[in-house]
Design a binder for this molecule. Structure first.
Ligand SMILES: Nc1ncnc2c1ncn2[C@@H]1O[C@H](COP(=O)(O)OP(=O)(O)OP(=O)(O)O)[C@@H](O)[C@H]1O
Length: 582
């Protein structure tokens, strides 16, 4: 059964329960003292009625000052403790969100925008911090104030207490009436904030495209529309809050006025002593402040509740591909690099036909195999299936005779280096990008990988050579340089199998062929699967697999395939024609 929001909140607090219990415990102490002080004051008033004695006054003043100081110190300590818990929960949640997001597949990030996720990890977490800091403190304060003060008031005068508190159920009713509206409006604000963050994030990433298509005005309008929606959502929320909060404050003060009016009359008729009257007044005053804060407390609570839902939605998304319970360990040193598919089929969710269908092949260790075929023929899908970036069925794909679904996922990914077409680089030094998979790699290893990827000579021409910072996502490098840096990164981890998914598309044919040659000989020899539209680079591979509409339609080396009528011959002829026309 799904957990309730309260259960989630309790689970966030669990690691810090001692601090919470201690913080709330000392808050109880302060509330006990705040019931005691009005009693003392009432007592002084009564005594002074009998005799006016400077000495008594002084003694009481010192006592009250001492108690007030102790209360102040305890209140401070409870705030530090409970607000501190809020901060710690904020830290825990951010940490958990980040770790959880890292466990999810790229498909999750295609369905959920980055702006929205960032907003959840920051603004929503902040709302939970407020809930578990301010709201918990305030709710505990209200609870103790009522539980301790009301019985003390009743002991003085049942009638006056009931009349003074008659207003409080009205306040609760008001809070109840407004609460759904406040929650919905809070949700609208969070959603609008996410939409705005998404737009900013997307526009900043695609600023080049915006300029090429001269879409600045349209983007400004889109921004203005979302910003306006956020403004409206914030104003609606502010309207509701500004209606409710002063109403609550006003009603709470009304009880003070009632005690004043009725109490004075009771003193006159002799049914209430002046001392008790003063004590009652102070008690009602004790209740007014926390009750007036009820509005803020409720909003903080509701804001936090909305955010709990939004954060738990992230945790609810589970990685589709995970290590099976019975998975075996496959150390990279033991991998020979043989791959076999037996009727491999994969269909993307919400599509009608499989992207790859009933595919079978064997690729021997050290073989360099090109995968060619028209756009959309399933090459990338097959490439992603190999390191299980896609969730493939059991018993259809094998690495060295081990079913890939039964190999521990980190071992499988360590054995198969996958280089996608879009070569993402981090905004750090070239050398750090190269050693991303092996953070402790030394310069000779880094240089060796760069040489194999044919990027070494260009790096040496960069202003700071290997220490050159590549800018966000490698913006300061050319497409081909980015691709070869990404390839160098994959080569540095020295995996026995290398999958290049159109990863040399911005590299000229000659360099691409040179790179493949580097990988086919000597100690660096690997099993290479080279997905490409570059026919002349493919022609040099040991073997070529030709795909069409999710099926393998031809297999063989260039010489045999090119002489047989079929898809390969067509692709080759098109390529030759293009060369002539260029
Ligand atoms: N995430 C996805 N969700 C749904 N369908 C997808 C997804 N990715 C790819 N497809 C579909 O699967 C089919 C095969 O796509 P795939 O990317 O494997 O082709 P490809 O041969 O690599 O193409 P290209 O040469 O353009 O890279 C296509 O019809 C494509 O539209």
């Amino acid at each position: 059964m799904a957990k309730s929001r309260l259960q989630y909140l309790t689970s966030y607090l669990k690691p810090h329960r001692r601090q919470v219990i201690f913080g709330i415990g000392i808050l109880l102490l302060v509330n006990i003292l705040s019931v005691w002080i009005p009693l003392i004051i009432g007592d002084v008033v009564e005594r002074l009625k009998i005799t006016f004695n400077q000495g008594i006054i002084l003694r009481y003043v010192v006592l009250i000052l001492a108690l007030a100081t102790v209360m102040w110190a305890i209140r401070m300590a409870s705030r530090v403790l409970i607000f501190g818990v809020g901060r710690k929960v904020e830290f825990d949640l951010k940490q958990r969100i980040f770790e959880h997001l890292l466990s999810l597949e790229p498909a999750y990030f295609a369905e959920n925008t980055i702006g929205d996720l960032i907003n959840r990890a920051t603004s929503d977490v902040d709302n939970i911090r407020r809930l578990l800091g301010f709201a918990v403190l305030s709710l505990a304060n209200i609870f103790f104030a009522y539980c301790l003060t009301v019985p003390a008031m009743l002991r003085i005068s049942i009638r006056l207490t009931l009349v003074a508190l008659a207003i409080y159920p009205v306040m609760m009713l008001l809070v109840g009436t407004f609460s759904n509206r406040l929650r919905q409006e809070q949700l609208d604000v969070q959603q609008s904030l996410s939409d705005l963050s998404t737009l900013i994030q997307e526009d900043m990433s695609g600023v080049g495209l915006i300029k090429i298509y001269a879409q600045e005005t349209n983007e400004q309008q889109a921004f203005s529309k979302r910003n306006d929606e956020l403004l409206k959502a914030n104003l609606a929320l502010a309207r509701t809050r500004n209606t409710l909060f002063p109403l609550l404050g006003g009603l709470a003060s009304l009880s003070l006025a009632i005690i004043l009016a009725l109490g004075a009359r009771n003193i006159a008729t002799g049914t209430l002593t002046v001392g008790d009257f003063v004590t009652l007044l102070l008690y009602v005053n004790n209740l007014v402040f926390p009750t007036a804060l009820l509005g803020f407390t409720i909003t903080s609570y509701q804001r936090g509740e909305v955010s709990v839902d939004r954060i738990e939605a992230i945790f609810a998304a589970q990685p589709k591909v995970a290590t099976a319970a019975t998975a075996l360990s496959l150390p990279v040193t033991q991998v020979r690099g043989r791959l076999q598919a037996k009727g491999l089929t994969y269909q993307y969710p919400d599509t009608d036909t499989p992207a790859i269908h009933d595919i079978s092949f064997i690729i021997e260790p050290g073989e360099t195999v090109a995968l060619v075929g028209p756009i959309g023929s399933g090459k990338s899908t097959l490439a992603k299936a190999l390191p299980r970036i896609l969730e493939i069925p059991q018993g259809q794909l094998f690495i060295d005779d081990h079913d890939v679904t039964q190999v521990m996922l980190p071992d499988l990914r360590r054995a198969i280096a996958f280089v996608p077409q879009d070569s993402f680089l981090f905004s750090t030094k070239v050398k750090n990008n190269l050693r991303y998979g092996v953070p402790l790699a030394e310069m000779p290893e880094i240089e060796q990988a760069a040489k194999l990827a044919q990027i070494q000579s260009e790096i040496l021409n960069f202003p700071n050579q290997y220490d050159t910072v590549v800018g966000e996502r490698g913006i300061t490098l050319s497409g081909g340089q980015r691709q070869r840096t990404a390839l160098g990164r994959a080569l540095l981890i020295d995996a026995p199998i290398l999958v290049l998914d159109d990863a040399l598309s911005s590299v000229d044919n000659q360099t691409a062929t040179q790179i493949l040659d580097n990988l086919s000989y000597g100690t660096q020899r690997k099993t290479v699967i080279f997905i490409t539209h570059q026919m002349s680079a493919a022609a040099n591979c040991d073997r070529i697999i030709v795909m069409d509409q999710g099926h393998i339609v031809q297999t063989g080396n260039h010489d045999s395939l090119v002489t047989h009528p079929g898809l390969y011959q067509q692709l080759w002829n098109q390529h030759k024609l293009k060369e002539v026309l260029q």
